[in-house]
Design a protein around this ligand. Structure first.
Ligand SMILES: Cc1cc2nc3c(=O)[nH]c(=O)nc-3n(C[C@H](O)[C@H](O)[C@H](O)COP(=O)(O)OP(=O)(O)OC[C@H]3O[C@@H](n4cnc5c(N)ncnc54)[C@H](O)[C@@H]3O)c2cc1C
Length: 490
């Protein structure tokens, strides 16, 4: 049986013993911690939907490695159809959770490490691909969640890893022996890290030939000794510590980002997938980034669907849903959201087979997709805030609404349309706050900006991949600057 139930998944995570810090304290049982639990629930949804017949086609696939049915989050894409289904799966999850559900980064890392290790071995005669296939079979058969771990602390951004004042600014190999390597450094912003069974580390950027120690990729279980985890704060996060279910905005789900400090961590050789091949660092980073830039054409769209729904609901609750400018703003939100989805689908259908056999998205279109993702969710959020009205930033707390004396008064003045309860309005306003400036905005907005690379990273790729000479040629033929040999009739 390769599919875990959500309960089996949560039981796995609950058993983990890791070195975790949060608000200055060590935390033992993080699964049941109210700050963390919504993110566990979001990850658990990736397990639940895979068990449902209705979603089987999108949520599961047949493994090319074992022939068994696996969760699509652990699958190697075997066709452009697989790439499209991936985007559809991410949209579905975004709709169901209204937040980052955290399992995509690992899936994107599997596909990039799989095809890059194949090409490293072909050139260098190494055996990384076999090792990685063994690891991935274990992941698929045990239905594991894996953190895709790329972003280093990075010190001075103008300097490459080998030129940093502190060499630990990027994860690197500090020692090696017959059993494996020892690594040191820190990976930042790790989405869903505590909700993962394993960590799959990749280099952060292109490397120079003399930067071999930084050209390292490996996988380790979360419970590996000498890794220290520090939980990241999110805007409005302590609302999760309050009693009640309204002010938190999203009652069940949330995201998670964690810092992982590798304090001389031992990695056995069979878990090392790159060791010094600086000539392949660019390929691994670009391929991972492209898969991940495609991902955002699904997951952010699903969250966008939830925000559009909340905006439509607020327009109705406030009695303005028939106003022409409100209708037009909601149409614009849909237009922007579906444009992102179109980009996700386009880079999938234009994908191609790699030498290893799995499929890679069209890199140019994946970068276009992500470039739009750095902008459109902000505009969608702006329009949601416009239509919702200002109460989502001035509304009293849930406790005031429940107070015996002041509560009835607040409710009276929080009624919009007379047939809608004050509580429905209150809940929807908090969801809009959550998505546009609260905990979920971390995933919906800032992650849209910086996740899978800041906007400039895509612009560099676009300028590298776009063929301007070809376009200039087209124009010169049309303008008659060049002879147009296509017009060969009398
Ligand atoms: C919510 C969230 C979730 C994330 N999840 C993950 C995850 O799961 N796994 C993972 O590995 N990473 C993850 N990331 C990290 C993400 O990939 C990085 O945030 C991104 O690459 C930008 O890096 P940075 O935050 O260090 O910003 P910086 O690199 O410091 O960028 C800030 C600005 O400086 C510019 N800049 C940077 N370097 C240069 C330079 N050399 N020259 C000129 N300009 C420069 C950038 O273009 C940008 O405008 C996540 C990030 C966020 C916000």
């Amino acid at each position: 049986m390769t599919l875990k139930t959500p309960q089996e998944y949560i039981d796995d995570i609950r058993k983990m013993k890791i070195d975790l810090y949060m608000f200055g304290d060590k935390v033992e049982n993080y699964v049941d911690h109210p700050m963390v639990r919504p993110s566990v629930n979001a990850m658990a949804m990736t397990y639940k939907l895979a068990m449902e017949a209705e979603h089987e086609d999108i949520m599961t696939a047949t493994s090319n490695l074992t022939g068994h049915k696996v969760n699509r989050f652990t699958h190697l894409h075997q066709s452009t159809e697989d790439l499209v289904k991936k985007v559809k799966m991410q949209r579905l999850l975004g709709q169901k959770t209204g937040c980052c559900f955290q399992r995509c980064v690992g899936m994107d890392a599997f596909n990039a490490v799989y095809n890059t290790t194949f090409e490293i071995d072909a050139k260098h005669g190494t055996t990384y691909h076999q090792r990685f296939v063994k690891f991935l079979k274990y992941v698929q058969e045990s239905d594991l969640a894996v953190d895709g771990c790329m972003t280093d602390s990075r010190g001075d951004r103008s300097k490459s890893p080998g030129d940093q004042a502190d060499p630990d600014a990027y994860v690197h190999i500090v020692d090696r022996n017959e059993k494996g390597i020892i690594v040191r450094g820190c990976k930042m912003h790790q989405t869903g890290l505590l909700n993962s069974h394993e960590i799959l580390v990749m280099p952060n950027n292109s490397l120079k030939e003399n930067e071999k120690e930084w050209a390292v990729s490996f996988a380790v279980p979360l419970e590996t000794p000498r890794i220290v985890f520090v939980y990241g704060r999110q805007s409005c996060d302590t609302r999760k510590l309050e009693s009640g279910s309204i002010d938190v905005g999203n009652q069940y789900f949330g995201g998670q980002e964690v810092m992982a400090i590798f304090n001389d961590v031992f990695v056995p050789w069979d878990r090392v997938f790159m060791d010094g091949e600086t000539d392949f660092s660019t390929m691994l980073v670009e391929r991972f980034a492209s898969y991940h830039r495609q991902s955002y054409g699904g997951c952010k769209v699903g969250v966008g669907d939830a925000l559009i729904g909340a905006t439509q609901a607020m327009a109705e609750y406030n009695g303005v849903s028939r106003a022409s400018h409100v209708k037009d703003k909601i149409v614009e939100m849909c237009h922007l959201n579906e444009t992102l989805y179109s980009c996700g689908i386009a880079c999938s259908t234009e994908g191609r087979k790699t030498a290893s056999g799995n499929y890679l998205v069209d890199i140019l279109l994946a970068n276009i997709c992500k470039q739009n993702v750095t902008r459109f969710p902000y505009e969608i959020a702006r329009l949601a805030q416009d239509v919702a009205g200002g109460a989502f930033v001035t509304m009293p707390s849930e406790k005031d609404f429940a107070h015996v004396e002041v509560g009835p008064l607040i409710k009276k003045y929080f009624i919009g349309k007379s047939d809608i309860s004050a509580e429905s309005r209150q809940r929807m306003l908090r969801l809009i706050e959550n998505l546009t400036m609260g905990t979920a905005a971390v995933g919906y907005l800032t992650e849209s900006m910086h996740g899978a690379g800041s906007p400039q990273a895509q612009r560099i790729m676009i300028s590298r991949l776009i063929n301007l000479a070809h376009r200039k040629n087209l124009a010169e033929k049309l303008a008659g600057v060049q002879e147009n040999i296509d017009v060969d009739w009398q």
